[in-house]
Design a protein. Structure first.
Length: 61
């Protein structure tokens, strides 16, 4: 199996985690690294969430 250089792999991992394709622990497994607590969660970009479903921050009047 051919592996890209480290910079190319890490760029691809950032894109995959940012877009919710992989979670951080899946990336760590691909790099033969141990998982970390909380690394199973998927990231969701703020502009892809349905309005009214996320946490809200109260705005001061």
């Amino acid at each position: 199996m051919i592996r890209a250089d480290i910079a190319a792999r890490y760029t691809a991992y950032v894109q995959a985690v940012t877009n919710g394709l992989l979670n951080p622990n899946e990336v760590r497994a691909l790099e033969n690294r141990p998982p970390y607590l909380g690394g199973e969660g998927f990231r969701v970009t703020m502009n892809t969430e349905t309005p009214g479903t996320g946490d809200t921050c109260p705005v001061s009047p």
